[in-house]
Design a protein around this ligand. Structure first.
Ligand code: CTP
Length: 394
């Protein structure tokens, strides 16, 4: 997500500063690099040694450190980065940024830079709500600084409200969004993911091995390109991707209703492994009886993808998935025709794809077959999101 991106990470003085260390790790895990700069306040909470060790680079602190100036002046330091991130952005730092003060290394870098700036605020709820901070944030945003909304919750000071540093995953998403072209800005995209569970009785159900990982990765990747994403999800054990609206369902029928309720949409990407059959559900737990094992009466579930493809409010682009164990391309071509969608993403699930972290998919459409390289599900999602953007934008 951040391959080759250089982040200059300004660490302000607040109790949330320790999370900046986790942010360094996550930036690097996503392929980027982080150069830490600690304010005097920041150094009260984390040390340059720990920030530098995690970043595997020098952590900067002083404006008048001559060695720093000789090695790399503050102007170059701010311009060698692709993005400046302020984490945590305290009320004091936001005020200094808004006023254009430059009385230490961090604020001087912020004033000297010609690169985008993203600030992740963290402060007491009253400080966040104070008219001075509200005005400072408005000023910074009007100048193009991305100021994230803080999280709402219990605070270190014992109060409750907005002011908590955003979760690290949300900060990483916001950083990645700075680099992604917002090619899906203004679009609404519907994604289904995960399995469905079809109850047999109050304690048993029919399910499949879908983990939801590929669908969730696709929802996140579409969001990163600026789309408003509604994710209709079967039962999975995954966190909601930042910025995505999630609707939880259990059965195929509920998924069909949630898809209908989410319309209109510009595109739909139906990744869910919808159960093909449901059972006439028993009201009470089925007991073992003298008559031997019960016979389950299966009924065909609604085909959500086929219904959507023929819907009066059909999205401009409808994408289906085909999980196959043999003759992948042939089955995908047949599904494309049968279900009336624009594109089928076909994969071979005879191995450990279901529940695994990697995938190899073929894009099957009227214009032919394109095979994406075998890759982690996140990377497959990124490429598919770009493909969707290309098709939507003509
Ligand atoms: N799908 C759907 N509703 C269903 C079944 C499938 O919307 N009741 C969608 C899936 O989300 C996927 C596509 O249809 O995008 C293909 O799903 P798949 O399970 O591979 O196909 P089936 O139609 O179930 O065909 P089969 O089981 O015979 O392979």
């Amino acid at each position: 997500m951040l391959q080759g991106k250089r982040i200059l990470l300004i660490i302000g003085g607040g109790i949330a500063a320790y999370k900046s260390l986790e942010l360094i790790r996550e930036i690097r895990r996503a392929g980027g690099s982080a150069t830490p700069v600690l304010t005097a306040g920041g150094r009260q909470f984390v040390t340059p040694l720990s920030a530098g060790a995690l970043a595997e680079t020098k952590a900067y602190t002083d404006l008048f450190d001559l060695t720093d100036e000789a090695e790399m002046g503050h102007i170059q330091l701010s311009r060698a980065a692709d993005l400046l991130v302020v984490c945590p952005a305290t009320a004091d730092l936001l005020a200094k940024m808004a006023a254009g003060l430059a009385d230490d290394l961090a604020t001087t870098l912020l004033l000297a830079t010609d690169k985008p700036v993203l600030a992740a605020p963290a402060m007491n709820v009253r400080m966040w709500g104070h008219a001075a901070t509200v005005a400072n944030v408005a000023t910074l945003r009007s100048r193009g600084v991305t100021v994230l909304e803080p999280d709402v919750g219990p605070m270190a000071c014992g109060e409750y409200g907005p002011g908590r540093l955003p979760e690290v995953a949300r900060m990483v998403e916001a950083i990645a969004a700075q680099f992604a072209e917002q090619t899906l800005q203004g679009r609404h995209i519907l994604v289904t993911a995960g399995p469905t569970h079809e109850p047999i009785d109050p304690v048993r159900y029919i399910a499949n091995r879908s983990s939801g990982k590929q669908g969730y990765a696709i929802a996140a990747a579409l969001r990163r390109l600026g789309a408003r994403v509604t994710l209709v999800s079967g039962p999975v054990d995954l966190p909601t991707p930042p910025g995505v609206t999630r609707v939880d369902v259990e059965t195929a029928k509920q998924m069909a209703a949630a898809v209908e309720a989410a319309l209109p949409a510009d595109a739909a990407v139906m990744v869910a492994a919808v159960a093909d059959w449901s059972v006439e559900t028993a009201g009470a737990k089925i007991k073992k009886g003298a008559g031997g094992p019960p016979t389950l009466e299966l009924r065909e579930n609604p085909d959500i993808l086929a219904t959507l493809s023929r819907h009066p409010r059909r999205p401009k682009l409808v994408v289906g998935f085909a999980a196959e164990t043999n003759d992948v391309i042939e089955h995908a071509k047949a599904k494309l025709a049968k279900k009336g969608c624009d594109l089928i993403v076909a994969n071979d699930v005879s191995g450990d794809v279901m529940g695994g972290d990697r995938n190899l998919v073929h894009l099957v459409s009227a214009s032919g077959v394109e095979t994406l390289p075998e890759a982690p599900k996140d990377e497959v999602a990124r490429q598919l999101a770009q493909h969707v953007a290309g098709l939507l934008n003509g």
